[in-house]
Design a protein around this ligand. Sequence first.
Ligand SMILES: [Zn+2]
Length: 206
Amino acid sequence: MTSEALKPWERRRQVERVLNPRGDIRYAGLKFAVDMAVRYEWNIEPVASGKQRASQKSRTVWTPPICGEAELAVFAHEGGHVQDPDSDGRRFVAVQGKDGERWAESLEAELAAWQWAMARLARTWWGKIAQITMERCLSTYQRGNVKTAAQLTIFESVLKEGAFLAGGAVPLRPRPSVDLTRLREFHEGDARTADIQRVCDIMRRL
Ligand SMILES: [Zn+2]
């Protein structure tokens, strides 16, 4: 049976089977996660913590049970990838890794998905743990993907937006510093930066 053929309560039950498999989670944000999945018609599949991902094509989010704020934040972030209206064109970029070139999610896609998550979770569900979770995820992108001063500004502004939502009291942990000599090799107003800003604006309005 395809998910389209299911009645709303059946869809809900199906989502709950993954987000709360044993029915014993007391975290209040769980209901919010279920509501989001039903509202945006995501297909939900189970996966171990740390292996969360999303497929826009099949509108699928792979997630562990939603036991707390960290899981909810990443769940909303993955949903942000599904909802991203422009994901195909910019979701993956080739990056130079230790073992040669590999494909990774673009900084634009990451920032857009986090902004989508923040806009949904807002003040009610976005607290210090969500903020720290986002920082941890984004810090892996900073080193290879933030290449211009303007990109760094936008990157930092997303972190600040989250800190503000979380109550303004989140100590931003030191992140790997950006090599300023390298920054100067790039032009500040390059097209990719304009693209990030545009995507952020679009995502905010959704
Ligand atoms: Zn992501």
